[in-house]
Design a protein around this ligand. Structure first.
Ligand code: F3S
Length: 398
């Protein structure tokens, strides 16, 4: 890979240890994937923030980098393992909180914005169409590529961090126009009836498209929150972190319909629900906000919870960014949700909080949330906002 004089100096350690290590990571990646050079990035999103996933080895790695590492571009953080301000209410142990705070201290020292959300595009890290960025977090990567039209590979935590310290990323994969050509036509012949159908659709397309780039037709109307949940699902269950939706996502007009064709019908959506859903009666945990809830979604939850009470046997979380919660405070939504017995889980989420062994079952609006909850040994139910909130109130699915 060609390196400029400045990049060579960085690789030689002239800008310190963190930059040198980062250059080593980027050069190794570039050589593996055949990148000809490094390119500048407009922003970085760093995943791998929860102490639950990092452990002491990860914390040590971050502390070493934080000694002299400072990010060169706008860099935001993915969710951590707990609400950074009110972790006790979520049942997080003191021991975990101490370690998680050390992780956050290291990121703060590096100059990273402690945003702790997987929807950075809702709180100010919004790339422009065509902009090169280096993001980790699969749902955010898919949203950035497919809904915004920015260009990013699906970075891992360390490669995103390396891009932040250098301000550049290797020029390969989805940064190149030739690798952004759709290769399978997905004709959706389904009338979407409820919010969770978008997660079920993501499941079906992800499974059927496998590692291809879908060009999706047949969708007439879709909102941002539906796209958000679809992005999380489609990449979790199989396809590349890029799709085109005809006349909806930017750039779709530039491409021809691929020859290879998949048709999605009602039976595929039904099968998706059958595969995602377990046999659940008692619901111990309900979580809405995967990806993190928008203010519109929080408003919807508040409306559904007005004058209701969550079952004493059920824990109810609204996962969101702290900025969104602050808006919810001002609009009175927080009061309604908390009066009903719900909890805000800011800065964290159902997948990265240490939940293993705490709940036997979960109901959620998110197909991705179901996938990760199974890893946490929970039985899962995917449902609409109405179904999930009803389940939280009754403490039962039906
Ligand atoms: Fe976000 Fe956590 Fe879901 S990172 S997409 S809320 S699994």
């Amino acid at each position: 890979m060609y390196l400029t004089k400045e990049e060579e100096r960085m690789l030689d350690g002239e800008e310190g240890y963190a930059v040198k290590k980062s250059m080593e990571i980027l050069v190794a990646l570039g050589n593996i994937y055949g990148a000809e050079k490094l390119i500048r990035v407009g922003s970085v999103q760093v995943a791998g923030v929860s102490y639950h996933n990092l452990g002491d080895a990860g914390l040590e790695f971050l502390n070493t980098l934080a000694k002299d590492g400072k990010v060169k571009v706008l860099t935001t953080l993915n969710p951590a393992g707990m609400d950074l301000e009110d972790w006790k209410k979520l049942g997080i142990s003191e021991k975990f909180a101490k370690k998680q705070n050390l992780v956050i201290d290291a990121f703060r020292k590096m100059g990273i914005i402690i945003s702790c959300t997987c929807t950075p595009y809702l709180i100010g890290n919004l790339p422009r169409y065509g902009e090169h960025i280096a993001w980790s977090e699969s749902s955010a990567v898919t949203f950035a590529n497919s809904v915004i039209g920015a260009k990013t590979n699906r970075e891992g935590g360390p490669s995103a961090l390396a891009a932040a310290f250098v301000g550049k990323t290797p020029y390969y994969g989805l940064h190149l126009e030739e690798n952004r050509v759709p290769d399978t036509h997905v004709d959706v012949r389904v009338k979407m009836k409820k919010f969770s159908d978008w997660g079920a659709l993501g499941f079906s397309i992800g499974k059927r498209a496998e590692n291809k780039i879908p060009y999706i037709t047949g969708i007439k109307d879709v909102g941002l929150d539906e796209l958000k949940t679809f992005c999380a699902s489609v990449v979790t269950y199989g396809s590349k972190p890029l799709f085109y939706m005809k006349e909806i996502t930017p750039g779709s007009e530039k491409h021809q319909l691929p020859r290879e064709k998949i048709t999605i019908e009602d039976k595929d959506i039904k099968e998706a629900y059958e595969s995602i859903n377990d046999d659940v009666d008692i619901v111990n945990f309900v979580c809405i906000g995967c990806p993190h809830s928008s203010i519109k979604e929080i408003a919807r939850i508040a409306k559904l919870l007005e004058n209701k009470s969550i079952s004493p046997n059920t824990e109810f979380w609204v996962a969101t960014s702290r900025q969104m919660k602050q808006l919810a405070d001002k609009r009175g939504y927080t009061e309604i949700i908390e009066r009903a017995g719900g909890k805000f889980a800011c800065d964290t989420c159902m997948a990265v909080a240490p939940l293993k062994g705490r709940f036997a079952s979960v109901a959620t609006t998110s197909a991705k949330g179901c996938y990760y909850s199974r890893h946490n040994n929970m039985k899962t139910k995917l449902g609409s906002f109405e179904e999930c909130i009803e389940a939280a109130v009754r403490g039962k699915w039906s």
